[in-house]
Design a binder for this molecule. Structure first.
Ligand code: SF4
Ligand code: SF4
Length: 349
């Protein structure tokens, strides 16, 4: 389904008063099975919490969620983007279909040393085959599971992939949107493949596609010590700033040492003195004040938001990806800027 078609469909659904995003068949089957399993009292799946947020896609045209005006014009998307969208939908389907392979897994035991050897092998495999340089491992708070979704396992390996600087620097031109789609496509394939690799080594798992996933990934990656949430909600990482995408693989047991940390917490204070994204946002969708929407999350404390989604989404759709906030964030320059900003900031304090 192309982006234009998707948007038209959502607009139609909005007029019809229908509220939920149509999901691909494999995911629909998975969620239906999970719901039945829950109703029968089994604990095969882990459900969202009453405090869980709504997935952004589900919000599109959902009368019960925040509403916004659809743009009159949507920029024509390129053949390249449509090709990525088709491949992404296929990869999302595969991540659910291949879950049956877990039934064949001969499980390894949890080791006291966090299975260091396998952890190193995993990092090497992800880096050499897929170019993924950042991995974290954490326990998933149920509040991070999107409302109405289910996951199979309670731990997450979290993978981060860089979006190239040149195309992102062209935001809000189409090149930035194409780059975002390219990374969604590549990272989605990467986690599907790494999940197969883990199963061959005795770990039951569920890869989750980075586009329209089952969990809210920026705080999940933040909890795994990979960065901190930016003023506009995406993750700031030391290596690429906000110029990256995130995908988890859920696993059944604590096979690795948790990488949770508060090392990047200083970024929250830095954002309150910066405000560049707020000044540059074409729709003034980034508010100055952050409002807590979830308190007391294990390791990272409160989650706060200051994005005005009804202001952001129409322009995001109109430009097929906007990304101005990603472009202008000083951390997105990469190449050692994190250390410079940190030392300047801590000196001022
Ligand atoms: S994506 Fe664009 S419109 Fe939305 S918050 Fe970022 S800069 Fe603003
Ligand atoms: S531009 Fe500034 S305020 Fe916005 S996320 Fe980046 S560092 Fe934080």
């Amino acid at each position: 389904m192309g982006l234009q078609h998707f948007v038209m469909k959502r607009m139609q659904q909005r007029e019809d008063g229908v509220g939920t995003m149509p999901t691909p068949k494999a995911e629909r089957n998975y969620l239906t099975k999970a719901r039945k399993s829950h109703e029968s009292g089994e604990t095969t799946y882990i459900t969202s919490s009453p405090l869980s947020p709504t997935n952004g896609f589900e919000m599109l045209g959902n009368k019960e969620a925040e509403m916004f005006e659809f743009p009159e014009k949507i920029r024509m998307v390129s053949f390249k983007t449509i090709r990525y969208m088709i491949r992404i939908l296929r990869a999302r389907g595969r991540s659910f279909k291949e879950l049956v392979q877990n039934e064949e897994v001969v499980e390894i035991e949890v080791r006291d040393n966090g299975n260091q050897e396998l952890w190193e092998e995993l990092k090497e495999y992800a880096s050499e085959k897929w170019g993924i340089k950042k991995i974290g491992f954490t326990r998933i708070p149920t509040e991070f599971i999107f409302s109405g979704k289910f996951i199979s396992y309670p731990y997450a390996l979290v993978f981060i992939e860089e979006m190239r600087k040149d195309p992102i620097d062209k935001a809000p031109e189409h090149a930035a949107g194409v780059e975002t789609m390219r990374v969604y496509w590549h990272l989605g394939n990467a986690v599907n493949d790494i999940a197969r690799w883990l199963r061959e080594r005795g770990i039951k798992c569920q890869p989750n596609h980075p586009l329209d996933g089952l969990t809210v990934t920026p705080p999940l990656a933040g909890k795994a010590g990979l960065g901190w949430q930016s003023q506009f909600g995406l993750l700031i990482t030391p290596e690429f700033g906000v110029r990256q995408r995130i995908a988890p693989i859920f696993i059944d047991k604590q096979h690795f040492n948790l990488t949770d940390s508060l090392e990047h917490e200083w970024i929250e204070e830095f954002c309150s003195t910066c405000g560049i994204c707020r000044e540059e946002c074409p729709t003034e969708a980034i508010n100055e004040k952050r409002v807590p929407y979830l308190e007391g999350v294990e390791t990272i404390g409160a989650l706060k938001s200051c994005i005005d989604r009804p202001k952001c989404y129409p322009y995001f759709l109109e430009t097929t990806g906007c990304s101005v906030c990603v472009k202008v964030c000083p951390f997105s320059r990469g190449g050692g800027v994190y250390d410079q900003l940190k030392s300047q900031f801590l000196q001022k304090e």
